[in-house]
Design a protein around this ligand. Sequence first.
Ligand code: GLU
Length: 272
Amino acid sequence: MTPVFRFAPSPTGLLHLGHAASASAVWRAAEAIGGRVLLRIEDIDPQRSKAKFATAIEEDLAWLGFRWDGPVVRQSERFDFYAAALSRLDAKGLLYPCRLSRADIAAAAPPAAARDPDGAVRLPLGGARPADPDGPAAHRLNMAKALGALGDERLFWREEGVGAIEARPEFWGDVVLARKETPTSYHLAVVVDDAAQGVTHVVRGRDLYEATAVHRLLQRLLDLPEPAYRHHPILLAPDGGKLSKSRGSPSLRSLRAEGWSREDVLRAVGAA
Ligand code: GLU
């Protein structure tokens, strides 16, 4: 069976060197074992995703010499599949509607309240929650109930080059699986799509390492196959900070306009 990899950028800005490093990690890992690479545009966020950035992603990847297999998959065209997965979890009684914003949760929490791996204040697991205000609802996974459904079973994922890693999704609390403004979330869409696209190897940044615990749990609850994972180190800016548009990191296109070649970019990200 041919291994299947994917590159799954969010079209919220132009690609920068960090994306080039990530893309090169994906394509190199695929090449090493004769795998295919799929391109998936993660554009579920209607506010932040722009069609022009999705087009630019394709152009920049082609310029870098990264070729993907088959048509580009756009998550914004797949909401029906996420809704079906959500209904399956709902039918198991694992979801509840929630109208609280992050700010509402933070305001109601005691000073030493637990935080999730992204730093957001967590709703108490299976405990009392502040009352919902009015308005549209998000849908959260009842984490205590989901874990209860697994009984004594412990969950693991395979991290390539490391081995089995125990997934501890409880550190995320009751994760949002469908947002108020969009009927899915990153966690749900990524798990549904990796399975639908037959992805066998997920290569992505270290910033998503902790999220893998939630992905593993969702795969288990939805009876989806589990890919192998490899989380590569994040390329940092020269000052040691995060590379990002808001911090003024140059886009690949601006480097190209300054005269950088494809080889210059690959060398700068340690891939040539
Ligand atoms: N769309 C995510 C990002 O650009 C990556 C998702 C993933 O690789 O699982 O950060």
